[in-house]
Design a binder for this molecule. Structure first.
Ligand code: GCV
Length: 697
């Protein structure tokens, strides 16, 4: 429908009507496929690809061919026909050694085996006397990923006449976690209601789910957990499993498997048992029967994600059992079908330790080695809760016998919801590139998570999705970049955030070099600016109820560790949380040399200072300013940078389409205002606490 609208707009332009580029809604994401403007490039593309030689049909092969036809038609502004054979130059051959006679004849099998079912090779080569481009893989999904790769090259203006690409994903599970509820709402969702439309399923499956699948496949995401980790047990009932199966049928051709969040008390809630004790044989039987039933309707079901004994959710500790007992009963049920359990480590029972950030490590690290082979423990990037800046979670590198799934948050719960432009690529890279020192220097989080450090058989990363039914999927046109970046970094954590941003801009906005450069620099600095105007120098959790409102005074009466004052601990003399050996010793959960470096205020990075240290306001910083002056300076600089973002966007008017230009501008105005409120409220509040004069700007 939206594509048709674009065509109408194009015709309108040709016929002399005002060519309003305003039909851009953002719906097409980074799969817009605008016609290539550069004439020389266009000519080279048209010469390199004149027709497609498809593989033997299969659901996945067919979507690969369709995507190429559709993408190339729009990009090259000529139809690219499907032909049976390489009988002329410029053929684009797709397939696996089994699905394509041409690919089988190339002798690439050993290389394709090495790259695996999802990996692929793209090569400019000769087939007999003819010039051809070949996208080959061991598996159909790899061919689909290769097709998207080729489209990305064209979308981003890369040459394609002499290709020699070999790709394979660094992580085996690359998942989106949807916190979608069965009533259509989304926990921490800022882009409208759930995509799943449960009430219409299984009879009608919203066609939009196909576009969701295309977008995910284009960045290599291969699994979706459909429902909230605060799970309704109802999702596991037969009628809901039928609904889930209907979604799975749409996602399957795109290489995406479905997973579900399971409520630990389901045997009691929907099973009619008196208990959910994981060591009770009737409970184990119930989970086995539920797994069998699930696989009958969804044969490639991925497994269960579990939030247990966390924030009021039921769990094994309700029965005085361990997290390993809890995970293992589910794992045993799934094992015969090849399913896995992702058991979340987001737990913070106040009786475990007075410092919330220490609790997950204390509950889980002693259990290392006690989980079944098909259990993975899912750990948030930081030890608190998706703050704008946290040190990496010390569980990474601390559980050599347990594969860990890294959980990132794509939805911007603590980073301005869908109102603020905050590109999360640099934040995720900071996390992935952090050195855990688990097996000496160079044991980065990325190498822990990809199984290089501890040789895990299965590896994974999950991102809490930011999608919803808004026209542009994510609420903010720039929030799409975070979905994109999550997928690209999940595929290859070594990619640079800047390169990913550049790809996304070229595919989503424009290829005009100066515009690309402006948008890229806006994006790259945006997360640091957000940190500055909200929680600089290692401050965290200065928010109120909806995790958007600035609220450093928040005394949350429900739990101290949901308040703000618990974290900043500001009084007349000092500010910050002492997590050194003299305080909570959370720093002791990190390995040397981090614990020494971070444990000493003189060597602790400035960005993490108040995370680990409680320091006097008058402390002299390396800048020569006092801590108080430095803090005020950060707030002011952050708010200025937010205003600059808006100003820089204004210089792009007319260089991007008006509709998205205006939508983004409205959001940036709000961001400027919010940043100023953060600055004023935080400076005012801390001034009220410390009684010191506010430094002159
Ligand atoms: C799904 C934070 C969020 C909750 C979320 C929880 C979790 O506390 O605010 O909404 O619940 O994390 O990750 O389980």
């Amino acid at each position: 429908m939206l594509r048709r609208l674009r065509a109408i707009v194009l015709l309108a332009g040709l016929s002399g009507w005002p060519a309003a580029a305003t039909a851009e809604t953002g719906y097409d994401l980074w799969l817009r496929y605008p016609a290539v403007g550069d004439r020389a490039l266009l000519a080279s593309y048209r010469k390199a690809v004149t027709a497609i030689v498809p593989p033997a049909p299969s659901a996945t092969a067919d979507v690969a061919v369709e995507e190429l036809k559709r993408g190339l038609l729009d990009l090259l502004a000529v139809p690219v026909p499907v032909v049976p054979d390489v009988e002329a130059d410029g053929r684009l051959v797709l397939g696996t050694p089994r699905s394509s006679r041409v690919v089988a004849g190339l002798g690439w099998s050993a290389e394709l085996d090495r790259l695996g079912d999802e990996g692929y090779r793209i090569r400019s080569t000769r087939v007999g006397e003819r010039r051809a481009t070949v996208i080959a893989s061991k598996g159909d999904v790899g061919v689909l990923y290769g097709a998207f790769h080729l489209l990305r090259l064209v979308q981003t203006g890369q040459p394609i006449e002499a290709l020699d690409v070999a790709e394979r994903p660094r992580l085996s599970l690359r998942l989106l976690n949807h916190w979608d509820n069965l009533d259509g709402s989304i926990e921490r969702g800022y882009a409208g209601e759930s995509l799943w439309r449960w009430s219409e399923l299984p009879g009608r499956v919203d066609p939009r789910i196909t576009d969701y699948a295309r977008a995910n496949a284009s960045i290599g995401i291969n699994g979706s957990v459909l429902n909230n980790v605060n799970a309704s047990a109802e999702i596991l009932t037969a009628p809901y499993l039928e609904k889930v199966a209907a979604i799975a049928r749409v996602l399957r051709p795109y290489g995406i498997r479905v997973f579900l969040s399971a409520n630990f008390a389901a045997p009691r809630i929907i099973g009619g048992l008196a208990t959910a004790d994981p060591l009770d044989p009737a409970v184990a039987r119930w989970w086995k029967a539920k797994a069998d039933e699930t696989y009958r309707v969804i044969p490639d079901f991925g497994g269960w994600l579990v939030k247990a004994n966390s924030e009021g959710q039921p769990g094994p500790q309700d029965y005085k059992r361990t997290h390993a007992d809890g995970a293992n009963v589910l794992a045993d049920a799934l094992a015969p079908h090849g399913g896995i359990v992702m058991y979340r480590a987001f737990v913070y029972d106040a009786s475990v330790d007075p410092d919330r950030v220490k609790r997950a490590w204390l509950e889980f690290v002693p259990l290392d080695g006690r989980f079944r082979d098909n259990v993975m423990v899912q750990v948030k990037n930081g030890p608190l809760d998706f703050q704008p800046r946290e040190p990496f979670h010390p569980m990474f590198g601390a559980m050599p016998k347990t594969p860990l799934v890294a959980e990132l948050q794509v939805t911007q719960e603590y980073l301005g919801h869908s109102n603020h432009l905050v590109y999360l690529g640099p934040m995720w890279k900071e996390f992935l590139d952090a050195d855990t020192f688990a097996k000496g220097p160079g044991s980065t989080v990325a190498r822990v998570v990809d199984g290089t450090v501890d040789r895990w058989p299965r590896t994974g990363i999950a991102g809490v999705a930011n999608t919803g039914r808004d026209g542009n999927w994510c609420g903010h046109d720039f929030a799409q970049a975070n979905w994109y970046a999550f997928g690209r970094l999940a595929w290859n954590p070594a990619l640079a955030a800047e390169r990913v941003a550049e790809e996304w801009i070229r595919m989503t906005w424009t290829s005009a070099p100066e515009v690309v450069a402006s948008i890229r620099s806006m994006m790259m600095g945006s997360r640091e600016s957000f940190v500055r105007y909200t929680m600089p120098l290692g401050l965290h959790h200065l928010i109120g109820g909806d995790h958007y409102a600035v609220m450093p005074e928040n005394p949350d009466p429900r739990r101290a560790d949901w308040s703000a004052i618990y974290y900043h601990r500001a009084d007349r003399s000092a500010i910050g949380f002492d997590r050194t050996a003299a305080g909570s010793n959370a720093v002791g959960q990190y390995r040397s040399p981090l614990r020494e470096q971070w444990g000493d205020a003189k060597t602790c990075p400035r960005e993490l200072l108040l995370w680990f240290h409680r320091l006097p306001w008058e402390l002299r910083m390396t800048s020569g300013r006092t801590l108080w002056e430095e803090l005020v300076g950060e707030y002011r600089r952050g708010a200025d940078e937010a205003r600059e973002l808006e100003a820089r966007w204004k210089t792009l008017e007319g260089q991007v389409d008006q509709e998205r230009y205006r939508a983004v501008l409205a959001k940036l105005r709000r961001q400027t205002e919010d940043a100023a409120s953060w600055r004023d409220k935080c400076i005012g509040y801390f001034h009220g606490v410390n009684g010191r004069p506010v430094p002159e700007p």
